[in-house]
Design a protein around this ligand. Structure first.
Ligand code: HEC
Ligand code: HEC
Length: 213
């Protein structure tokens, strides 16, 4: 068991290193970029929940402002194709082409994230999980992929977490645990990590990232 956990954490850290290394190479081969000005014209129906500038005001609605463009595009595709099922967004993206989804992603990525202040409860535990993981249960540090300031990594489609709504982060981690969001290789990476977190750790790390920048 210990061996297995050790192996998993080694595997995860080597994935993180690979991603960081490919981040450097990606300068030569950038992922396709969308047109933010065109994206701005396509997000009219999204404002009610995600906010005019992509900063949501309701805990269950994720903030999109400042999110990594590559990650947003990947999620928009999954949502449109109903691989990631979001009941309240059903059908909303049906009429958009891949290029239009890219433009929407570019628009939100350009907006500035409004970071809220994390609650004092559980802050120390949240910080510990985020920065050091949990060696006993084999949870890797979140910084390895999401970065010390929670900015994520564009080239590897690792999402920004800093300033994300705590309630939404809790829902997401539970959706990885249950397998609901383990729909591709990226989702499976997070499933492997989320299943090792306790409910208490999930709440604490979600609170911590909501105030991280
Ligand atoms: C009725 C409210 C509502 C509307 C309208 C809506 N969304 Fe969402 N959206 C949500 C909720 C709720 C989630 C998170 C669901 C979950 O828990 O996984 C979400 C998730 C997302 C995500 C994934 C975010 C992440 O961090 O993974 C993206 C991207 C997104 N929405 C884009 C859009 C766009 C673009 C539009 C307009 C075309 C839109 N949404 C309209 C409620 C809404
Ligand atoms: C090995 C790299 C890696 C590590 C380490 C990692 N993550 Fe992730 N994380 C990812 C990837 C890749 C995704 C995107 C998964 C997808 O496509 O659904 C992600 C997505 C997420 C999301 C969903 C974000 C959103 O907007 O919906 C949350 C929340 C999250 N991670 C939290 C954490 C926490 C908390 C930790 C530390 C305990 C952690 N991650 C460690 C790679 C990692």
């Amino acid at each position: 068991m210990i061996k297995k956990i050790l192996f998993l954490s080694l595997l995860i850290s080597s994935l993180a290193i690979q991603a960081a290394a490919s981040g450097e190479n990606s300068e030569a081969k950038p992922l396709p970029k969308g047109n933010a000005a065109n994206g701005a014209k396509l997000v009219g129906t999204c404002v009610a929940c995600h906010g005019a500038d992509g900063n949501s005001v309701v805990g269950q609605w994720p903030t999109l402002a400042g999110q990594r463009e590559s990650y947003l595009f990947e999620q928009l595709e999954h949502i449109r194709d109903e691989e990631r099922v979001i009941a309240v967004m059903k059908g909303l993206l049906n009429d958009y082409s891949d290029d239009e989804l890219r433009d929407m992603a570019a628009f939100y990525a350009e907006q500035t994230t409004k970071v809220s202040r994390a609650d004092d409860t559980n802050l120390a535990l949240g910080q510990k999980i985020y920065r050091a993981g949990n060696v006993e249960s084999g949870v890797p540090a979140c910084t390895g992929c999401h970065g010390p300031a929670g900015k994520g990594l564009e080239s590897a489609q690792y999402p920004m977490l800093g300033g994300q709504k705590a309630e939404y982060v809790v829902t997401s981690l539970i959706a990885y645990q249950t397998g609901e969001r383990a729909i591709d290789e990226h989702g499976k990476i997070m499933q492997g990590i989320a299943t090792r977190l306790t409910v208490e750790e999930i709440r604490a790390v979600a609170n911590y990232v909501s105030g991280l920048y």
